[in-house]
Design a binder for this molecule. Structure first.
Ligand SMILES: NC(=O)C1=CN([C@@H]2O[C@H](COP(=O)(O)OP(=O)(O)OC[C@H]3O[C@@H](n4cnc5c(N)ncnc54)[C@H](O)[C@@H]3O)[C@@H](O)[C@H]2O)C=CC1
Ligand SMILES: O=C(O)[C@@H]1CCC=N1
Length: 274
């Protein structure tokens, strides 16, 4: 039987996930989403055919799975509001919020809940997401399979055994799309500086990013080998790669991902304080 899935919060991340689920064949009639802005809820209802309401309590009434997809800063208030209804209904809770631990969420929801923490990313909207998942001890194997099958409709699912590893998942894939968008912006700008027309520079940069990612995913060779195969001895790519290495590209990624993981920990500390 199709599980009833309710999204509390219908912003960027929630709509990327339910949009991707529906695109992948999940019945829209089994999806409900709540939010603060009635106009954008109406727009989502007519675009996707999902049910929408601004009443969180009503939305969880018949839910098998409740996806918490509000900003971390409003999560405590939302959990307190939902506490009575989730304690009655006992749905599987899936939180996509950065930082907030399963224990904190469980406490805010009144305790003894099956909680999965998920760190997804926005390419879910086009079925190309990458999500890290962690389950607390109350989550059954069947519930894990359910969460896996729901999220696999929008991309890759990786379970982690240690909750702290979600900080690393956030640093690699949760925030990761932004790094690749930044690289696309930078490559496009660099192409313009070299004289290409703006639209041409954008098309070339985007198609190159897409082509490289598709090739890396499909190839039997690892990215380092694919890179070597582009790099002719004493050729043009070698100059560019040497320039990146000399300018410390790898350290830049190390620093940025450490900063990201640190911020995930800080968020957890800030938000779980009473
Ligand atoms: N945007 C991203 O790339 C990613 C976001 N996340 C997580 O997803 C969560 C949501 O982020 P976004 O979608 O980017 O934010 P957003 O601001 O786009 O969406 C938040 C949604 O929550 C709704 N909302 C606010 N207060 C509410 C309440 N009391 N009851 C019901 N709905 C309420 C808003 O109307 C809006 O629909 C965050 O916790 C974030 O950490 C996780 C991974 C990636
Ligand atoms: O920037 C953020 O805090 C959220 C979590 C991961 C991606 N976006």
């Amino acid at each position: 039987m199709t599980s009833q899935v309710t999204f509390i919060g219908a912003g960027n991340m929630a709509s990327a996930i339910f949009g991707g689920m529906i695109e992948g064949g999940y019945p829209a009639a089994a999806i409900t989403a709540t939010g603060r802005d009635p106009q954008s809820l109406d727009a989502l209802a007519s675009r996707y055919g999902i049910q929408t309401t601004s009443d969180n309590d009503v939305a969880v009434e018949h839910a098998d799975v409740v996806v918490l997809a509000v900003k971390p800063q409003v999560m405590r208030e939302v959990c307190h509001e939902l506490r009575d209804s989730v304690q009655r209904q006992r749905p599987l809770i899936v939180s996509v919020a950065a930082g907030l631990s399963a224990e904190t969420l469980d406490n805010w929801l009144g305790g003894n809940m099956a909680v999965i923490r998920c760190m997804p990313n926005t390419p879910s909207l086009v079925g190309q997401g990458a999500a890290g998942l962690y389950a607390n001890a109350r989550v059954s194997e069947e519930q894990k399979r359910l969460a896996t099958s729901l999220l696999e409709t929008v991309g890759l699912v990786e379970w982690v055994a240690d909750e702290h590893l979600l900080e690393a998942v956030t640093a690699v894939s949760g925030s990761g799309p932004a790094y690749f968008f930044l690289i696309m912006e930078a490559l496009e700008d660099a192409g313009k500086k070299l004289g290409l027309p703006a639209d041409s520079a954008r098309r070339l940069a985007l198609q190159t990013a897409y082509g490289a990612a598709s090739m890396a995913r499909e190839s039997e060779f690892e990215p380092a080998e694919l890179r070597r195969r582009v790099t002719s001895p004493n050729g043009t790519t070698e100059r560019a790669i040497n320039s990146f290495e000399d300018d410390g590209l790898r350290q830049l990624f190390e620093h940025a991902t450490q900063a990201c993981a640190t911020r995930a920990r800080e968020l957890a500390d800030e938000l779980s304080r009473d």
